[in-house]
Design a protein around this ligand. Structure first.
Ligand SMILES: [Zn+2]
Length: 464
């Protein structure tokens, strides 16, 4: 009886006999091809997402969404893919100012002879402000909506991220030796904890975090203190883990343990940990990562550029580890375009294993979106298009003849598209880019600020 009534109601509605009252929303975003990125979900042709109060209220066909919702504004989806914004799980935003300064060097030489000294000389609040803004611009343009940062002056970073309209986990850096603004561990640790206390719950798009640099630059006691403080404050830890063999050798010489076994002892696996790189995990460490709260972040460009190695991503995926993708800083990439990481992730593992079935296009997309969000602990709020999640969405234009003919959307996204094809970015329901124009950043001013700092650095380098 009830079923009959519902069927009759639907017929009357569709014929306009009964006037349907539509729910009002802020925004409807259409897409000729909608990828929700939920596990196993099919592409929705002629799909749409309704957004209200910064959240997704419904996902469906354009007909359903237009039938049920009245929007103040609608974004056209002709020839466009609509999908979740991408998650850059590991970067050092301000290092865009060191882009192209020192290339083609081993990781430890690059860090100790170039990056650490340059940071000591040049990093201040002004550099971080200009660098973070430039990095946010580059990330918005190429479809990243959330990122995990680890850099000095986290308050400045957080303010810029809020201004630019992005979402970030901002890790306050802590390290055992002198670094910009700090004498060593004690003051960097205290400042990091203070930063977290200031920003915890302050802004919905900022998650403060503690970022002890790595097991080879932070003592075991200090690692224990950092993980303990993060537990007490209920915030994530962001840390470099098993990046290259030199760092692993140091940890092994000091403690007789490999890094993940070592970090397990300070709580890494049982609390939210963004584990950058994880290039050299042992088989037993991979098993430990599966089902843990730690998310490894795969940074293929940086790992190849520094000669760190190739992470066993296929083995980690096979074991059920939630692997995310990252660019690392622009000094070792040299851009912040996650599209390149996605394509490399889908290619290099095939090459080194002689097995073209590993890391499929779909898995690469998963790592850039849903799995990346899970890996950094933001999976409850972003990473897929589903009602209830925050509205972080991008549109990718398939307008160019480069996309002809179209048989498989995931294949084109991974093997054809580049960051340049991203045309729309909506973060927390706010349109931050439309038709390729970023509305939250004064580009001329941004470039002036960057050039002023670059000029000072050039002059200083020439005078040495
Ligand atoms: Zn890094």
């Amino acid at each position: 009886m009830l079923r009959m009534f519902v069927a009759l109601w639907a017929v009357l509605l569709s014929q306009g006999v009964i006037a349907q009252s539509k729910q009002s929303v802020d925004l409807i975003v259409n897409g000729d091809y909608v990828l929700t990125m939920e596990p196993g979900a099919a592409v929705i042709p002629q799909g749409a997402v309704a957004v209200k109060g910064g959240a997704i209220v419904a996902v469906g066909s354009q007909q359903e969404i237009a039938g049920n919702f009245a929007a103040a504004r609608t974004v056209s989806g002709t020839n466009k893919v609509l999908m979740p914004g991408m998650v850059n799980g590991h970067t050092h935003t301000s290092m865009v100012l060191f882009r192209g300064m020192a290339d083609d060097l081993p990781l430890m030489t690059w860090l100790q002879n170039y990056i650490f000294p340059m940071e000591g000389r040049y990093v201040d609040a002004a550099l971080v402000e200009a660098g973070t803004r430039l990095a946010c611009y580059e990330m918005i343009k190429s479809g990243t909506t959330s990122f995990v940062d680890m850099y000095f002056y986290p308050d400045v970073i957080s303010d810029v991220v809020v201004d630019c309209g992005m979402r970030a986990i901002v890790g306050a850096p802590m390290i055992d030796f002198p670094s910009p603004g700090f004498k060593g561990w004690d003051d960097s640790f205290a400042a990091g904890v203070d930063y977290v206390k200031r920003w915890n719950g302050k802004h919905p798009r900022i998650t403060p975090a503690l970022a002890p640099h790595a097991p080879y630059t932070v003592s075991l006691d200090h690692l224990r203190a950092a993980f303990g403080a993060a537990r007490d404050l209920n915030v994530p830890v962001s840390i470099h883990v098993s990046e290259d063999q030199a760092g692993i050798k140091t940890a092994q010489e000091r403690y007789g343990m490999t890094p993940i076994d070592l970090l397990e002892g300070v709580g890494m696996l049982g609390q939210r940990t963004v584990a950058a790189h994880v290039v050299w995990p042992t088989d037993s460490e991979i098993q430990k990562l599966a089902g843990s709260l730690a998310g490894p972040i795969h940074n293929p460009t940086s790992n190849m550029k520094t000669g760190a190695g190739i992470s066993p991503v296929p083995q980690m995926l096979e074991a059920g580890v939630n692997v995310g993708l990252g660019t690392d800083g622009a000094a070792s990439n040299n851009d912040l375009n996650l599209w390149q990481e996605m394509r490399l992730a889908a290619l290099i593992h095939k090459g080194v294993s002689n097995d073209p079935t590993v890391v499929t296009a779909q898995q690469a997309l998963d790592m850039a979106t849903r799995m990346g969000a899970n890996a950094v602990g933001l999976g409850d709020i972003v990473g897929t298009l589903e009602a209830g999640k925050r509205a972080d969405l991008i549109q990718v234009s398939f307008d160019s003849p480069r996309f002809d003919p179209l048989y498989n959307v995931a294949s084109h996204l991974v093997y054809v598209a580049t960051g340049e094809d991203v045309v729309t970015s909506i973060i927390d329901g706010q349109i931050v880019m439309l038709d390729g124009e970023v509305s939250t950043i004064d580009i001329a001013k941004m470039r002036q600020d960057v050039e002023a700092i670059a000029q000072k650095i050039r002059q200083d380098l020439e005078s040495r």
